[in-house]
Ligand binder design. Structure first.
Ligand code: MV4
Length: 447
């Protein structure tokens, strides 16, 4: 059993991980950059090690410094959280080479699942639905048109070197495609130093729905249903909920079984997420594996009663899952708002500064995962996520009411936050009826 875990992260997720470690009787070692020496994760951990300057690549991305801290402090295991080194196969391997358990999947799984074109090939062979398209990079506009005819318009060109929505172009006709092809390859060369592009059928107004699963090192799997993550801006999720009002029992079972099939293909162990695009007719397509705990994991925790961080730790220790798919039941509804230090009145510009005062929401069914407090300095160095406001209620309408009540109670002075923006979204009729997709905010003029 692990006695000492080093948390290779900062902010709310470091605090979140420490909380579970404490409940499990595991000693915690925080790491921090010069910018975070007064941070809550440092205060809460049993011990803390400075791992370098504020710039991420000199501290939270500095494998050598983190491994050295883990060795010095005799950590049995490292929890990477999300972001930073959480899906870095080199880091996972370096941990193991130093006899430190990496709380995540194997380095081999991280590498294989992270390679999009290889993963696509493996999953096609298994009969997993992926978005129809070119299985390889396309060499000419003629070739692009040939494939577009096969999969049907509209189509989308994506830069191989892109990702996160960068370098994408949509075409509805042959003419648009010919033009888009030359623009896209030129842009890909300039922006990513790699002119390669591939083509997919463009799924119009899809939903982003993902399945949370757990897999142990003995090959047992269970899925914990879906999260609806369609409310996003610039490819960043803003609101997540579980379950999804769009997913019926049938689709849930199909997505769950598909997710487990994908996990098995990569010999995946740890908590993990399989992301899907789902169209209006409920056709679904695999997008990618998230080989880590995710920002939005609390909504699944609240409808299942399962502590996902605890499960990650137990799995890393080699323990088998102690529940079965048949035992699993969804209880109620949960929603999360990712509150950022950015100004919705000024194009969501980052709004660093000192928090003068803060009043947290509370009461029945309200959970706030955060590292901020009064007099906390929100710096310019890291992601602007400052708090996750998560609610649980018996059904979706009650969860919406509860979120609105909690947003009203939440008061942060000294910096601009996205709280007013969330209030606006929650007042929207279509949001309230669950009529949402990945283009919701721009299409409803909420930006
Ligand atoms: C798509 C798509 C529709 N059809 N691919 C955006 C980010 C990148 N990871 C993939 N993205 C998309 N790819 C096809 N063939 C629509 C999106 C998309 C999207 C996907 C997930 C979550 C939010 C999104 C917002 C806009 C577009």
């Amino acid at each position: 059993m692990f006695k000492r875990i080093l948390i290779a992260n900062r902010g709310e997720i470091a605090v979140r991980i420490i909380r579970t470690c404490k409940e499990m009787g595991i000693k915690t070692i925080a790491v921090f950059s010069d910018a975070d020496k007064d941070s809550l994760h440092v205060k809460y951990a049993d011990e803390a090690v400075n791992i370098g300057p504020a710039l991420s690549y000199k501290s939270y991305l500095n494998i050598d410094n983190i491994i050295k801290a883990a060795i010095d402090k005799k950590a049995d295991a490292v929890h990477p959280g999300y972001g930073f080194l959480s899906e870095n196969a080199d880091f996972a391997k370096t941990c193991h080479d130093n006899n430190i358990n990496f709380i995540g999947p194997s380095a081999k799984t991280i590498e294989e699942a992270g390679n999009k074109s290889m993963a696509r090939q493996i999953l096609i062979e298994l009969g997993i639905p992926v978005i129809p398209g070119s299985d390889d990079i396309i060499s000419s506009a003629d070739k692009a048109y040939e494939i577009a005819e096969k999969v049907g318009f509209p189509v989308i060109l994506k830069a191989s070197g892109g990702g996160g929505g960068r370098g994408m172009r949509i075409a509805y006709t042959k003419e648009e495609l010919i033009e888009a092809f030359s623009i896209a390859s030129g842009e890909a060369e300039v922006n990513f130093g790699n002119p390669d592009i591939y083509l997919e059928k463009y799924i119009e107004n899809p939903r982003h729905i993902e399945i949370q699963l757990l897999g142990d090192k003995s090959g047992n799997y269970i899925h914990l249903a879906e999260r609806e993550c369609s409310i996003q801006m610039r490819y960043q999720k803003l609101i997540e909920e579980a379950p999804s009002s769009f997913v019926d029992d049938n689709l849930r079972e199909t997505l769950g079984k598909t997710a487990i099939k994908i996990a098995k293909a990569f010999e995946y162990y740890n908590a993990g997420t399989m992301e899907f695009l789902v169209d209006k007719d409920k056709n679904f397509y695999f997008m990618e594996v998230n080989a880590r705990v995710q920002v939005e994991h609390p909504v699944t925790e609240l409808i299942t009663g399962i502590d996902i961080i605890r499960q990650q730790i137990l799995i890393a220790q080699g323990k088998q899952l102690d529940f079965k798919q048949d035992d699993f039941k969804i209880d109620g509804w949960s929603m999360e708002c990712r509150i950022n230090a950015s100004d919705p009145e000024d194009n969501f510009m980052p709004s660093p500064g000192e928090i003068e005062s803060i009043i947290f929401p509370g009461g029945p069914g309200v959970r706030v995962d955060t590292h901020i407090h009064d007099k906390y300095m929100v710096g310019p160095f890291y992601d602007s996520l400052i708090a996750k406001l998560v609610v649980w209620a018996k059904d979706r309408p009650s969860a919406i009411k509860r979120m609105e009540r909690a947003l009203d109670e939440f008061e942060i002075k000294g910096i601009q936050t996205t709280i007013p923006f969330f209030k606006k979204i929650f007042r929207n009729r279509d949001f309230q009826t669950g009529d949402i997709d990945t283009h919701f905010l721009e299409q409803k003029n909420l930006l």
